[in-house]
Write a protein that binds this ligand. Structure first.
Ligand SMILES: Cc1ncc(COP(=O)(O)O)c(C=O)c1O
Length: 370
């Protein structure tokens, strides 16, 4: 018998993490491209790095690496609870938002349940649904935006969970959180709604776009957050869930005992406290996002208005050629093919020099064409 036939049926529709250029770490990219100067604009990371306070906290925490972490991440959960005016029992830490997504699926889905997923969106929701034996059901966006009317109309008696990415990856579009209220109130009792707010802090008004203040009034609502984006801690792997304490308790049952590590917890706590740093990152991103939007529009592309740290651009033709051209210049963006948007590119808003290099490369391509 072939060994791969021994794998659980649930894994049949799920791919391993890709090994294409946009998915490689910087060092590997430098080696593959044979150049020192590589601009990686494919992962929606914070290009400025973490707060110095987070780096210091990691250095200090390293001395106690022989001890297991606090399984419940109490210090961080207390801090988050105070900030959001909720109770610490409403928070659960994980190895990135990606693990939160898997844990939510594992805790609440049974085989055969349907999971509604406005699409295109972040790929982990469908994978998590498959791994739980459930059935992901894509609901098309309307002009790159999540359409809550369409989502509500797609609910069947089998629907158990709905993932909503707000702002949505890869489109960057967002809707104000109060728009969720009439939607939530139309749903049957058994349906949970998990709102992934990985990019909330990059919106023009994070308070307007977050569903966290709705949690106590709407017990079927779960919110997923991460320290990987504006906090600049993608390597630390810390994400968290916010929900009704009873729901959170169910998710703790499926969680590995020590999923968020000591260094990650220490970094996250220090980064969360450094509000001035977060504000600086918001300002830098807003300025660069605006500049890049204007420049890419000048290139003749449709830039979808973004509330995030990345831009989706429709190039009007298959984006593979321009993607490969940019690779030759040492600039790695994400082609839209993986999102079923073959004419699009998703471009992370980088540091000014990265954005200028990108625009410069595109300008000289256009000049050489004409
Ligand atoms: C919408 C969304 N959710 C979750 C994640 C995963 O975040 P983490 O690094 O916390 O696992 C990402 C990462 O790109 C994302 O885009």
């Amino acid at each position: 018998m072939k060994l791969e036939l021994l794998a659980a049926q649930r894994t049949a529709a799920v791919q391993a993490f890709p090994v294409e250029l946009p998915d490689l770490p910087l060092d590997e990219l430098r080696a593959r491209l044979g150049r020192e100067q590589v601009y990686k604009l494919s992962f929606n990371e914070n290009p400025y790095g973490p707060s110095p306070a987070a780096v210091k906290a990691v250095q200090e925490a390293a001395a106690a690496l022989h001890r297991y972490p606090d399984s419940y991440g109490r210090a961080l959960c207390r801090e988050l609870a105070a900030f959001y005016r909720l109770s610490p029992e409403q928070f659960l830490l994980a190895n990135g938002a990606d693990e939160v997504i898997n844990l939510v699926a594992m805790a609440f889905l049974d085989p055969g349940d349907e999971v509604l997923i406005p699409s295109p969106t972040f790929g982990s929701y469908a994978a998590a649904a498959h791994l739980a034996g459930a059935v992901p059901v894509p609901v098309p966006l309307t002009d790159y935006r999540i359409d809550l009317e369409k989502v509500a109309a797609a609910v069947t008696e089998k629907t158990k969970l709905i993932f909503i990415c707000n702002p949505n990856n890869p489109t960057g579009t967002a809707f104000p959180a109060p728009e969720l209220l009439p939607f939530l109130r139309r749903l049957p009792e058994r349906v949970l709604v998990a709102v992934d707010e990985a990019y909330n802090e990059y919106t023009d008004d994070p308070a307007k776009y977050t569903a966290v203040p709705l949690i106590n009034a709407e017990p079927h609502l779960l919110v997923i957050r991460t320290f990987s984006k504006i906090y600049g801690l993608a390597a630390a792997r810390v994400g968290y869930l916010i929900a009704d304490a009873g729901l959170v308790a169910r998710v703790h049952r499926v969680r590995p005992p020590f999923n968020a590590g000591v260094l990650g917890q220490a970094a996250a706590l220090a980064a969360f406290r450094d509000r001035a740093y977060v504000e600086t990152m918001q300002k830098y991103n807003r300025e660069q996002r605006q500049w890049l939007t204007e420049q890419l529009t000048t290139c003749g592309w449709r830039v979808i208005p973004s509330q995030s740290n990345f831009l989706l651009v429709d190039t009007g033709e298959d984006s593979r050629e321009v993607y490969h051209y940019l690779v030759e210049q040492g600039i790695i963006v994400r082609p839209g093919h993986g999102f079923n948007l073959p004419n699009c590119l998703r471009i992370t808003v980088g540091r000014p020099e990265e954005n200028m290099a990108l625009v410069g490369a595109l300008m000289s391509k256009n000049t050489s064409k004409s």
